[in-house]
Design a protein around this ligand. Structure first.
Ligand SMILES: *Cc1c(COP(=O)(O)O)cnc(C)c1O
Ligand code: SF4
Length: 372
């Protein structure tokens, strides 16, 4: 089982989605086994590739194996912490900022992170604007059969075309790189054909959890449409030989890559863990972009550090290591204020329940910080 690789479709077809399948890869504690007896509040799946990594990494294991604490709803936690539903412009589009949009192309991921800010929707059928499930739910594997494949995005393209102030389209989900080459190629062509769009990004964890997906054909498609990748790494243990090879291949094809890292308690909340990851990313041509304060999504309390801790950590990096290795520490303002860079404690107003701070428009937002 050590050298499992096969191709990406094998990895998806053989992904681990039950306790029994998981126990073929790792030994579970009694407590972990018991969690599966109840109904899991969040979607569960792990690729064989990532499951193998968790066998030697307590840190990675915590990010994908369900625990009882995810059933608790902490103070200030919400199903939709970023207020995305209030900014949903079409069934597949979130428009929060003036000139950029978030295009939710799929709800499918090959591996589900337990701290996912979109746990309300990932692994579930995509809802329409009225909150109803469409009669034929989309999924990553059947999109290529849909004819024409882009039909369900028609409203979304029309919206982007009509809003000529939009410059930047961030295609995310779920994980868009789980879609087939032909659907991705069509989708990217369609977006690139809109004259006012200057930047196209794809948000993905695929090079980490499903590195077999990074084929020459996929790289050619991404290159053709001049796509940037916004990747999701949380720990140096994710930098497996397969992942390093995947990122080097993307880089050799001229694909620009940045990484977003969610700050997670007991997983990457030390200066050493962050330095290790960020230098490791530079070595595979990935620029650390954001260190994100963990969003107050339901069931996330066991993952969240204090904001003070985040500030201490980012201050332990600025000036101490290569400037390119230092991301921006941001709080994604709950309710939809956008990402706010946090440089020091003087930016924050403390209350008993958390911290208040201003976004780029000078509007005040609040993050429910744990005290003590
Ligand atoms: C993060 C995000 C973006 C992209 O923001 P950048 O700071 O440009 O990376 C766009 N829209 C939404 C809703 C987002 O959450
Ligand atoms: S890869 Fe991203 S969208 Fe998918 S479960 Fe993880 S955090 Fe959520």
């Amino acid at each position: 089982m050590e050298s499992i690789s096969h191709d990406w479709k094998w990895q998806i077809a053989n992904r681990i989605a039950t306790r029994e399948q998981l126990e073929e890869y790792i030994e579970l504690t009694e407590e972990e086994r018991a969690v599966f007896d109840g109904e899991l509040p969040l979607s569960f799946a792990v690729t064989p590739h990532y499951a193998n990594l968790t066998r030697n990494s307590e840190a990675l294991r915590k990010t994908v194996i369900p625990v009882g604490a995810e059933n608790n709803v902490g103070t200030g936690e919400l199903a939709d912490p970023l207020g995305e539903e209030d900014h949903r412009a079409t069934p597949h589009l979130i428009h929060t900022y003036p000139d950029k949009v978030l295009f939710l192309a799929t709800t499918f991921c090959s591996t589900y992170c337990r701290y996912c800010t979109r746990s309300r929707m990932v692994g579930k059928p995509q809802l329409n604007l009225e909150g109803r499930v469409p009669s034929r739910p989309p999924s990553a594997m059947n999109q290529s059969e849909q004819s024409p494949a882009l039909q369900k995005y028609a409203d979304t393209f029309a919206y982007i075309e009509a809003h000529t102030e939009i410059r930047d389209v961030l295609i995310s989900g779920g994980d868009p790189l789980t879609m087939t080459d032909s659907v991705l190629d069509e989708l990217l062509s369609r977006v690139r054909n809109i004259p006012h769009i200057r930047m196209v990004r794809i948000g993905s964890k695929v090079p980490v959890v499903l590195p077999q997906r990074i084929t020459d054909d996929l790289c050619s498609i991404l290159r053709k449409h001049r796509v940037w990748l916004s990747l999701h790494f949380i720990h140096a243990d994710e930098l497996s030989p397969e992942t390093q090879e995947a990122c080097r291949k993307l880089s050799d094809h001229g694909i620009g890559m940045v990484s977003q890292t969610v700050l997670l308690k007991g997983i990457n909340d030390t200066p050493e863990a962050l330095k290790d990851l960020f230098y490791g990313l530079l070595e595979i041509n990935v620029k650390p972009y954001y260190l994100l304060q963990c969003d107050p999504v339901q069931g996330s309390e066991h993952f969240r550090t204090t904001v003070d801790k985040g500030i201490e950590l980012i201050q332990s990096l600025h000036g101490h290591i290569c400037g390119l290795a230092v991301p921006q520490y941001v709080i994604d303002a709950p309710g939809g204020g956008g990402k706010v860079p946090i440089l020091g404690k003087e930016q924050l107003t403390r209350t008993a329940e958390g911290v208040a701070f201003k976004n780029y428009l000078g509007k005040e937002y609040f993050y429910p910080d744990q005290i003590g």
